[in-house]
Design a protein around this ligand. Structure first.
Ligand SMILES: [Fe+2]
Length: 183
């Protein structure tokens, strides 16, 4: 399974442009995390890219989301480690986070939303000028991008990564692909 095949599968299954961008952002953060932690960048990146592939097929129903996604990922040739990470990134199924890959996807997913929102409140709506310290400040404002689960993001600590460092890493990773993200 290569990145091109995954992108084709995404095209076949997702119409919502913002959702595709979210998956690309998650991929970028997962790649940066893998590089930082000395893990397999391709495996982690592809897991991030694939993780919400079933969102439209399940009609955003959280009771089935990620179960179908894990099955689709397996059909596309994802490893068991990757499918497990995809399955447990939706807490609803009660599947515990076991591996570093599970934990990385779980905390990277909501960080994309927080960073995107931090860009969108700027007059230029661009990621370029967003500073890590403003994202950190926004993290503490509960009503800001309330859908970006703070507890979930903070579980980066389970990867041995401080929250501040995680935010910096995520922001830089997303800034590198700002154009693709439309930000
Ligand atoms: Fe997601």
């Amino acid at each position: 399974m290569n990145r091109k095949e995954v992108l084709d599968a995404i095209k076949d299954n997702i119409e919502n442009e913002n959702l595709v961008r979210h998956m690309l952002a998650t991929e970028a953060i997962m790649r940066a995390l893998a590089r930082r932690l000395g893990e397999d960048e391709e495996e982690w990146g592809i897991t991030g890219l694939l993780h919400d592939i079933d969102m439209e097929l399940t009609e955003w129903d959280m009771d089935s989301h990620s179960k179908l996604g894990a099955d689709l990922a397996r059909e596309l040739g994802a490893s068991e480690a990757m499918t497990h990470a995809i399955l447990c990134h939706n807490e609803k199924h009660g599947v515990l986070l076991e591996t570093k890959l599970d934990k990385a996807l779980f905390c990277a997913d909501p960080l994309t939303g927080l960073i995107t929102a931090a860009a969108l409140v700027r007059p230029d709506k661009k990621l370029t000028g967003v500073e890590a310290k403003s994202v950190k400040k926004r993290f503490k404002e509960k009503s800001f991008a309330a859908g970006a689960n703070r507890e979930q993001i903070a579980r980066c600590s389970e990867l041995g990564l401080e929250l501040d460092k995680f935010i910096e890493l995520g922001l830089k990773a997303m800034q590198r692909i700002a154009k693709e993200l439309g930000l």
